[in-house]
Structures are given as C-alpha cells and as structure tokens.
Design a binder for this molecule. Structure first.
Ligand code: ADP
Ligand code: MG
Length: 383
C-alpha cells in the first residue's frame, strides 16, 4: 500500500482527488536557507498523500493515519484557531489552508474533508512537515481554484510552518518537495528563489544515497536552532549587510577580527557552506557525482566543529560509512539529531549498513534506521 492508497482508504467519502508531495534529503547546504544562501536538496521517493472530498458546509475536517482523532475547524473560525495555537499535528494542514487563503484571497474556499497518510518517517530530518504541507497545499490549490504556482505553494507551506505551527524554518524543504525532479537535485538560491534541476547521475554511476536515521529527536522550535539563527543575524549585523549571503570567503579574515569567537565560527560555517554548494553543482556539471564526496565530508566537519549542530550518533554514522567505502557523508537537516547521508557505491550498501549497525551497538546507541533514498519527482496530483 502506498500513501496514496492509505489516504484514499482513510477518507470515508469518495475523493475529489488525491495529491501527494515527497520528503526530501539535503545533499549539501545546511543552515544556509534562512541566510538567503544556496541549498541543494532532492525530493525522495517516500511521499505524504492528501485525499480530499468536498463538503456542503464550511468545515475543514482533517484526519491522519498518524493520529486517532479527526480535527474540525470551520472556515469562519480558522483565523482564530490558528492564532490560538495548540493544534498539534493538525496545525500543519490547517495552517496550510490558512496560509493559502492569505496568499490567494480570491480562492473559492469551501468545506473539505482531508485524509492524510505518509511514508515519510517523522522527525528523521527528511521533512515529513514539508511533505504534508506540499500535499495539502497542492490539493487545496486545485479544489479551491487558488491558481498558485509551485513556488507560491512552497511559500504557503513555509508560512504555515513559521506562522501557524511556529517553527522558524527556511523555505528549502518546501521548495525541494514541490519542485523535485527524478534523478536530479534542486539547486535553490534562497534569496531569489531561482531554481535549477541539476542531474545527479547517481544511478548511471552505480551510486546510492544511504540514510542513517539516528532516531535521536530534534526539535526545531526550541533552543539550538533559534540560537544559530540569532548568531547568523549578529554576524550579518556586524558587517552591516542584510544577511550572510552578502559575504564570501574573502570576508572571513575580517569576520575573525570583528566577531566574537563563537559567532565567527557560526558565520564561517554559513559562508563556506554556501561556497561548497556552488562547488558541488560545478563538480557535478563538470565531472559527475563521484567528484562531490570531499565536499560532503567538508560540510560535515563544518557543521560538527564550527556550527556545532552534530551529535555523536551522526558523527559515528558519517565516520563508519566513510570507512565502509562511501565517497562522502554528512549529517543532513537541521541537526541536533535526525539523519546522516552517505554517497556510496551501491554494491557497498549492505556492508556499510551492517557496519553502522555494529558501530552503534558497540557505542551503546539506540539501533538506527538505515535505508536508501532515491532522487524523485516532486508534488503532484495522483488521482
Ligand atoms: P520532520 O519534518 O523532520 O519530519 P518536523 O518536526 O518538522 O520533522 O515535522 C514533524 C511533524 O509534522 C509531526 O510531529 C507532525 O506534527 C507533522 N506531520 C508530519 N507528517 C504527518 C502526517 N502524515 N500526519 C499528521 N501530521 C504529520
Ligand atoms: Mg520539518
């Protein structure tokens, strides 16, 4: 059963349609999105589906295989319910409805039943949140005739996540989920929202992306993530620029002079990470996927040492997959837990998987989830 089948089964009524959007893995470019920099994520094959039926009243009723209870909110009380908060998982689909109506005031809003089902592991750094947002935004865009394009729908997802759910994330996840292309990654300039689908050629090169979900929980709305954002804002303010995007590796020497030691390292991560994204795209274009391994390794070191968002489980996954023959490996997602990826010859996947399991057991860490992800198509209507 796919998520599309599950969502259809959960919807008691006969659906107007079924829409889905994928999770994503970020190949490189971490904590650069809210600094208006560059990111390079790809949509994965695991998807979240939204089956939608029209209602005769003005009630939005959301259900998910994820939760036992349905949640109902009328369109008339949507603003107040979003402002009041406390909607838990239903804040994602209802937040998308609310954000869509803000971005497309002429949409013909009406009551809907929305049933959600997902194949995307939650909280694993694969952005189940962007998947649910992308599926619901795509669905409501069609059934409410909102007429938004994919970039505008990504923005709707981000508004929902920032302003309705209250997680201060950038727009990378939503763009990757909306715009994914099979066997390609989405190069995204987070300042202009310009994108380019860059062919990865993993399959032809006999390479796979192996994910180690450490099962260490991360929480974006709290602590570390917010502190990192504040450090980046401090760094940009010290240079008198709107964001760290406006700085380059040529500014590092001055950054070291004018910033305190910790802020300097935070800033250095963002500046060098932006450069690594550009270098990764250039290396893929020129030499193909086997040329990007060292950039992934350098990205991980920067997150571990300068941005300090890794955890021992992520470091161990990276070290172990590299020792098992990966060309490159790094933690992916916001950090403080979540997942690591490794670019590895497909034939080495079973041995690397065993090595990671053994290493985690030897360190007394919880047994991780290990699986491959495939660069796949973005949001779409399935039925
Ligand atoms: P990530 O995006 O890394 O998986 P987040 O904390 O950003 O983690 O988002 C996970 C949250 O999104 C879940 O706790 C839940 O509230 C919501 N969510 C994701 N998928 C679903 C789903 N299929 N049904 C209901 N809620 C979901
Ligand atoms: Mg998320």
């Amino acid at each position: 059963m796919t998520a599309v089948d599950d969502a259809r089964a959960l919807l008691a009524a006969s659906p107007e349609g079924v829409w889905s959007a994928p999770g994503r893995a970020n190949l490189i470019g971490e904590h650069t999105d809210y600094n208006e920099g560059f990111v390079f994520p790809f949509a994965i094959a695991q998807r979240t589906a939204a089956a939608v039926a029209l209602r005769d009243d003005d009630v939005i009723r959301v259900r998910s295989t994820f939760a036992p209870e349905a949640v109902e909110v009328s369109l008339a009380e949507l603003d107040a319910r979003i402002a009041a908060g406390g909607l838990d998982w239903a804040g994602y689909p209802l937040g998308v409805a609310w954000a869509l109506l803000r971005e497309a005031p002429d949409a013909t809003a009406r009551g809907v039943d929305i049933a959600l089902a997902s194949e995307v592991p939650v909280g694993a750094g694969l952005s189940s949140s962007a998947a649910i947002e992308g599926a619901v935004a795509s669905a409501l865009n069609d059934v409410w005739n909102a007429g938004l394009d994919k970039v505008a729908l990504a923005r709707v997802g981000r508004i929902a996540e920032n302003d309705a759910v209250g997680a201060p994330t950038g727009i990378m996840d939503q763009m990757a989920s909306m715009l994914g292309v099979a066997d390609a990654a989405t190069f995204l300039d987070c300042r202009t929202l310009a994108t380019r689908a860059v062919p990865l050629g993993f399959a032809d090169a006999g390479l796979s992306i192996l994910v180690t979900d450490t099962l260490v929980e991360h929480a974006h709305s709290t602590g570390g993530y917010r502190e990192r954002r504040e450090a980046c804002e401090r760094g940009a303010a010290a240079f008198g620029v709107p964001s760290l995007r406006d700085l380059s590796v040529d500014d590092l020497a001055r950054a070291e002079q004018i910033l305190d030691e910790v802020t300097f390292r935070r800033v250095r991560h963002v500046i060098t990470e932006n450069q690594r994204v550009l270098d990764t795209v250039a290396a893929l274009d020129a030499d193909g996927p086997s040329a990007i391994g060292e950039l992934l390794v350098a990205s991980h070191a920067s997150m571990r040492d300068d941005f300090e968002i890794s955890v021992p489980e992520l470091d161990l996954a990276v070290e172990t997959t590299l020792a098992a023959g990966a060309l490159g490996a790094r933690m992916t997602g916001g950090g403080f837990g979540g997942a690591a990826i490794a670019l590895i010859p497909t034939g080495l996947v079973p041995a690397a998987t065993g090595a990671v399991r053994a290493a985690f057991a030897a360190s007394g860490f919880r047994a991780p989830n290990i699986f491959t992800v495939t660069p796949s198509e973005g949001a779409r209507r399935d039925a």
